[in-house]
Design a protein around this ligand. Structure first.
Ligand SMILES: C[S@@+](CC[C@H](N)C(=O)[O-])C[C@H]1O[C@@H](n2cnc3c(N)ncnc32)[C@H](O)[C@@H]1O
Length: 336
């Protein structure tokens, strides 16, 4: 994961969609440029991360201080792989938060890791821009909306779109609501975030014209669970709705590759003006290390992902596309 996040160019936010609207309705599908996103999305994410408390636990190895030296950031990230006691210490802290499926963990991850690291990566922003360029106008559902990055981009891209985000993390819902309220006040009334578990939602409640789900499906451990989650998603979309599904490829699971990737994420945070604390770096590296290197790897190949989507009743319209700098598969799907 990574992060990404100055003051907003409000003129762009307000006028770009209107200018497109004056041209023609088809232009709602013009992709947002990465530059637009950098100018509009990153500051909001940086600001949120700066407001949040760092992640803490009782440590024999780390201090609660910001790491501004890229080399030091790399060193701490590497230590999580090399020092077994440190690895154990962080793993215990993650367990105390309730483990990978708990809202508390996602809250912490967003606040201190995701928004400072992922959002600063141009490949993440390109993935956001590409995904929303495939969506129709109307009501778009952001399934597992997290901090609201995709939702924000959807609203910025067209005045003919509304967003309904749903996420099981209460803090993610709050963060997304705060971020959009502060960032696109002119879109008030065009977005709503709901706290809820997709697996527990009664069908046909949301009636979306389109939807997006970025990096959520991989949290399901088995094919059956993945098909089940996508069936729930399909039941919230109207016939003919377009749905963009992004999910990580089974890459970076070789320890050396992963170690280097995580160290560069920690390093990039120091460079993009949103440094992490020692605890944050260890947390970011350990959660990804433990998820990505365990025996039963839940990530799907593009072929498996297509199969899962078809079993859930979707029709493949475009893809598989390789996005996020080659780390993610994107599918453009349709509800028959
Ligand atoms: C890796 S984050 C991605 C967030 C967002 N889509 C983005 O790309 O910025 C995964 C999100 O899915 C949410 N999530 C996972 N399982 C969920 C479920 N069953 N119901 C609702 N939200 C879920 C988590 O709370 C988390 O916010």
């Amino acid at each position: 994961m990574n992060k990404l996040l100055a003051a907003f160019i409000l003129i762009l936010i307000v006028h770009a969609p209107l200018a497109r609207a004056n041209k023609c309705v088809e232009s709602v599908n013009d992709p947002l440029t990465t530059e637009d996103l950098v100018n509009q999305l990153l500051p909001a994410l940086h600001r949120q991360a700066a407001l949040s408390e760092s992640i803490k636990w009782k440590s024999d190895f780390l201090k609660d201080r910001l790491v501004t030296d890229p080399q030091k950031a790399r060193q701490i990230s590497d230590s999580v792989f090399e020092v077994k006691q440190l690895q154990y210490e962080v793993a215990q802290a993650i367990k105390d938060m309730g483990g990978p499926q708990s809202p508390a963990l996602w809250d912490a991850y967003f606040q201190r890791a995701y928004n400072t690291v992922a959002a600063s990566s141009s490949s993440y922003l390109q993935t956001v821009a590409l995904s929303i360029s495939k969506l129709p106008s109307g009501k778009i559902i952001d399934f597992g909306s997290g901090p609201g990055n995709f939702s924000l981009a959807i609203l910025l891209s067209s005045p003919y779109r509304t967003v309904h985000g749903i996420d099981m993390s209460p803090l993610a819902v709050q963060s997304a609501t705060n971020m959009l309220t502060a960032t696109v006040p002119q879109a008030k009334g065009r977005f709503h975030f709901q706290n809820g578990n997709l697996l527990e939602m009664p069908p046909n409640q949301l009636k979306g014209d389109g939807g997006v789900m970025n990096n959520v499906l991989y949290n399901m451990q088995t094919t059956r669970e993945k098909v089940n989650l996508l069936k729930k998603v399909r039941s919230q979309l109207k016939p003919g709705a377009r749905f963009v599904l992004n999910d990580p490829l089974p890459k970076g699971q070789n320890e050396a590759e992963l170690k280097n990737w995580l160290a560069s994420l920690a390093e990039s945070a120091t460079r993009n003006g949103s440094p992490l604390t020692e605890y944050d770096i260890a947390f970011l590296s350990e959660i990804n290390r433990s998820q990505l290197t365990r025996g039963n790897i839940p990530f799907s190949t593009p072929k498996e992902l297509i199969n899962i989507a078809q079993q859930a009743g979707f029709v493949l319209v475009e893809g598989p596309l390789e996005t996020y700098g080659g780390l993610v598969t994107s599918l453009v799907l349709e509800v028959p």
